[in-house]
Design a protein around this ligand. Structure first.
Ligand SMILES: O=C1O[C@H](COP(=O)(O)O)[C@@H](O)[C@H](O)[C@H]1O
Length: 226
């Protein structure tokens, strides 16, 4: 879906998140959301501080994390915590951060354990890098597409710093009722065009049964679906 500008994108994303939460809480009594990192979702997370919802039913997971000390400003969890999670009463034990400070291998194993027995996600938020990466699934790597792939992958030599990361696999990210990509900024124009033309970028590996929603400024995404 293309919207006029970044502010509208934030507003539409905010509404989609709260609608998904209301629907999940009404039907299943809980809301399992996976957060995107990077800079794109920050404004949306800030808006969520004031949301009218029953936070006690939210369960928060992360799509990827950067292997840095737990309080490092570049951590995805730190961004989400500062912008949003520290300001709402989601039970602390329902915020499932990736322990990336342990290093990629140990953290991926630990997070796979955290996800053991967790069902399909209600909503997965994802970003898109200029090179087509999403979460920490980068071009020309193993994206964990096969159903047998582990839920969490250790990533080394990422082309975007830091080199060590942990990412949910494409297979696990695809186990979701709704997947919403948040894409803004002129710098994403080329990759969005390549995606629409069928390029085999990591974002294409996310294939939930219901397909993905791509929310972006209309200058990048004038019409149609990916
Ligand atoms: O490194 C990352 O990049 C992507 C895209 O980030 P953005 O700043 O362009 O929005 C992000 O989705 C991912 O979570 C993050 O680790």
């Amino acid at each position: 879906m293309g919207v006029a500008d970044a502010a509208t994108l934030w507003q539409v994303a905010y509404r989609r998140i709260l609608d998904a939460a209301a629907c999940a809480i009404e039907r299943r009594g809980r809301f399992l959301i996976v957060l995107a990192g990077g800079s794109t979702p920050r404004a949306i997370y800030r808006m969520l501080r004031a949301a009218d919802t029953d936070w006690s039913h939210w369960q928060v997971y992360f799509g990827d994390e950067r292997c840095l000390p737990a309080d490092n400003a570049e951590r995805n969890s730190r961004m989400a915590t500062d912008a949003w999670l520290n300001h709402v009463p989601i039970p602390q034990h329902e915020v499932h951060t990736i322990p990336a400070e342990l290093g990629a291998s140990m953290a991926a194993l630990a997070y796979a354990e955290t996800l053991r027995g967790v069902g399909d996600f209600d909503l997965v938020l994802l970003g898109l890098g200029e090179d087509g990466h999403t979460a920490s699934l980068f071009p020309d790597r193993d994206w964990g597409v096969a159903a047998s792939a582990p839920d969490a992958l250790a990533v080394f030599d990422a082309p975007k710093p830091p080199p060590q990361r942990v990412s949910l696999s494409a297979a696990r990210l695809s186990r979701a009722r709704v997947v919403l990509f948040l894409v803004d900024g002129e710098s994403k124009r080329d990759v969005v065009a390549r995606w629409r033309m069928g390029a085999d970028i990591p974002a294409r590996a996310i294939r939930p049964e219901t397909g993905v929603d791509v929310l972006t400024e209309s200058i990048l995404f004038p019409a149609g679906v990916i």
